[in-house]
Design a protein around this ligand. Structure first.
Ligand code: C5P
Length: 305
């Protein structure tokens, strides 16, 4: 019997560390990053249909402003898989968004990852996990991680992954902005700052993930991890969005062990000691009129379902 409907979920992520090297000739920056997948999922349902289409359901995140045409990352994912396998690009895609849009949490990448996995099953094209990850990397640097999930070190553009061990669960509060940020603009702001201050900054180091970060994760040591959260894109994101600085301060004075800009921003991720502290911080944000969500990680990627 042929498959008629496949449902796949893929997680959003937070970068626990994100070290950015000097921009290369291809316009990309070499990265060394530690990803953690969070239990904030994008759900993609692919149904057999004539032609390729996409709708967003009325979910927790308002996706009404998003393009559902050929520029959409999920549509591009389905087209890429069709091209790679010779299968006709035929599926009706339905996505429920829970990861904020243009927030630095990899929501679009999760859509692409889940679409690749769902269409591969719907079309019975049966690619290997490795082939799906390679296709994903063509769509965006964070797509392979949305497939793998868990905790991983990403190098290259962030798409070359090595899984890492983590003990226990880490409790987070995510604070969203109404206005998204452009990833290229945040990288550009970093480059401009580095160019301007080249003399005092000296050579930019080869990006790496400090060993102590992996030790803290393996030991489930949330306090040590909180001290080690670091993001080279945080300073440029704060220059583009100075309002975020006082929100970081608010979180840290209302119970977070540490707060950080997530990826290229503007979502802020706050790590709490335990679930009770995270719940209290979440309530404090809501009471102060912010949009915030509770999440925990690590959690599984799209390929694990
Ligand atoms: O790969 P992705 O589509 O997510 O990247 C979006 C943009 O972010 C790129 O066009 C580039 O400007 C910037 N980027 C970068 N270095 C990376 C990843 C992304 O400069 N390693």
């Amino acid at each position: 019997m042929t498959t008629k409907r496949v449902a796949v979920r893929a997680p959003g992520k937070v970068n626990l560390t994100l070290a950015v090297g000097p921009v290369g000739a291809d316009g990309y920056h070499p990265l060394a990053t530690t990803f953690m997948a969070l239990d904030l999922y994008e759900d993609v349902v692919a149904t057999a249909a004539a032609g390729l289409s996409l709708v967003y359901t009325d979910g927790p995140v308002d996706a009404s402003g998003l393009d559902t045409g050929e520029a959409n990352l999920a549509i591009r994912a389905a087209r890429l898989l069709a091209e790679a396998t010779g299968h006709p690009a035929e599926a009706a895609l339905e996505i429920t968004k829970r990861v904020p849009i243009a927030g630095g949490m990899g929501g679009g990448s999760a859509d692409a990852a889940a679409t690749l996995v769902a269409c591969d099953a719907l079309w019975e094209t049966n690619l290997t996990a490795e082939d799906l990850r390679a296709l994903g990397a063509k769509l965006g640097s964070d797509v392979p991680f949305a497939m793998c999930g868990g905790v991983a070190v990403g190098t290259g553009r962030g798409d070359e992954l090595t899984s890492a061990l983590a003990e226990g669960r880490f409790e987070w509060v995510l604070r969203f902005s109404d206005e998204g940020m452009s990833t290229p603009a945040t990288y550009r702001a970093l480059d401009e700052h580095r160019d301007k201050h080249a003399a005092s900054l000296g050579p930019i180091h080869e990006p790496e993930v400090p060993e102590v970060v992996l030790t803290a994760l393996r030991g489930g040591d949330v306090r040590a991890l909180a001290d080690l959260l670091e993001n080279d894109l945080q300073a440029p994101a704060l220059r583009l969005r100075p309002d975020l600085a006082e929100v970081l301060e608010f979180g840290e004075t209302h119970g977070a062990l540490a707060g950080i800009v997530s990826g290229s921003g503007p979502t802020l991720a706050f790590l709490a000691e335990d679930a009770a502290a995270a719940d209290a911080l979440h309530r404090a944000f809501l009471a102060d009129g912010h949009r915030a969500l509770r999440a925990s990680g690590p959690t599984a990627g799209a390929l694990a379902h």
